[in-house]
Ligand binder design. Structure first.
Ligand code: ATP
Length: 380
């Protein structure tokens, strides 16, 4: 028997409790019975709904297992609304579930937030003249420092009031995420337009000191990767450039907050949050999660698209396989992605978010029906 992989599964709140169970169902029904993979699923409650019931964001057992025993972590959306309709918060004002999402990133040093922006056939994009052959890039967002690092405050004095968010950027943090981006580019096929392996540094280095260090670190590490083209854009200009010519981009690396914002733009180009997967990668640990949150507006309606979570699950298998030099999970990742691609291409089974444009006449399917279609493809 090969290695036993232990997966911590944290569905979280809202639609996280609908789409993450679909991922574990697919693992149980379509992967475990047909492969020699040995895998344990350890599921724990966490987030705002759990906090409302228990006063805790997650149990000690969940935290301990996730941080010290799990080989990989699969996470859903965090964020619940209380009985008064407002977001459930801790006494310090942070979202209930903050220590799960941000705590894991900080404590496990998950420094690279990886967000593939790939337009699959059968998925609508808002760019009228662009198609799947034009949109295939990966945005890497620095994930542990910058504007989102929890160093902020608010001061109220008799005659003035102000707030501040410290934006600390280090050479170490910038260099390691740049290296991740160059390594990733080395293993990809290059940009759609010219097949050139290219990493674009997206920053605001004409103005901000942190971005100047970020770009210097990018250049320093880039010097070791002579086979990969280096490319630069200021973040404001990039939003326009990517709409005009998405096919130019292969791998993009950006500081934390800028990376967060541009990857939502990427999410729109690839057909919306329902199909946008992500991972948070460190040297030893990794968390896989859909880009979307808990989407309370559609929770409980069976409208949530499970594909973002299933693509995140495929990323998880690929990462496990590469880390442990095990071909089986890599093959599973390929099969899962292929099955999702087929269902999307056929265009018949899809949740309402994808029933737009050319597909507006398709009768919307439920979350479960989409997973069932993918499971059927896996079985073949
Ligand atoms: P949170 O505060 O947890 O981030 P949110 O509602 O502010 O929740 P998202 O969860 O990212 O933000 O959702 C934004 C919108 O995108 C939702 O209103 C929802 O309609 C849509 N959406 C998000 N995820 C999906 C999905 N998997 N399938 C279909 N629609 C989705």
């Amino acid at each position: 028997m090969g290695q036993v992989y232990k997966i911590a599964v944290l569905p979280g709140d809202g639609i996280g409790r609908e789409v993450i169970p679909e991922a574990t169902r697919l693992i149980r029904e379509a992967i475990l019975p047909t492969s020699d993979l040995t895998l344990e699923i350890h599921e724990f409650e966490c987030g705002g709904e759990y906090f409302l019931r228990t006063g805790l964001e997650w149990s000690k057992e969940a935290e301990n297992f996730t941080k010290t025993k799990a080989d990989a972590i699969l996470l859903g959306g965090i964020g619940a609304r209380g009985p008064d309709g407002t977001t459930v918060r801790r006494s310090d004002g942070n979202l209930a579930g903050y220590s799960v999402v941000i705590g894991l990133r900080q404590e496990l040093e998950l420094y690279a937030n990886v967000r593939p922006v790939k337009l699959y056939e059968g998925v609508p994009t808002p760019l009228a003249e662009k198609g799947p052959k034009d949109i295939d890039m990966v945005i890497i967002r620095e994930n542990t420092e910058g504007l989102y690092y929890p160093a902020r405050g608010r001061v109220k004095e008799t005659d003035r009031e102000f707030a501040y968010d410290l934006r600390l950027i280090t050479a170490k943090g910038s260099e390691r995420v740049a290296r991740y981006a160059f390594e990733l580019a080395r293993n990809r096929m290059g940009a759609p337009v010219d097949k050139v392996k290219r990493v674009t540094c997206v920053d605001k280095s004409n103005l901000l000191a942190g971005c100047q260090l970020f770009r210097e670190s990018f250049d320093k590490i880039g010097g070791e990767y002579t086979d990969i083209a280096k490319d630069y854009a200021y973040v404001d200009a990039w939003t326009l450039l990517v709409l005009r010519k998405p096919e130019h981009y292969d791998v993009i690396v950006a500081p934390n907050a800028f990376g967060d914002i541009i990857s939502d733009l990427g999410g729109a180009l690839q057909g919306g949050l329902g199909v946008a997967p992500s991972s948070n990668i460190g040297n030893t640990h990794a968390v896989f999660e859909p880009v979307h949150g808990s989407a309370p507006d559609i929770a409980g309606t069976s409208k949530a698209n499970p594909i973002a979570s299933l693509l995140s699950t495929a990323m998880m298998f690929e990462w496990i396989g590469k880390k442990h030099n095990d071909e089986t999970p890599i093959k599973i990742a390929r099969q899962l992605r292929g099955s999702i691609e087929e269902v999307l291409r056929e265009g018949k089974i899809r949740t309402p978010d994808l029933c737009v444009g050319k597909w507006s006449r398709v009768k919307p399917s439920t979350t479960k029906q989409v997973t069932d279609a993918i499971i059927q493809k896996m079985a073949r």
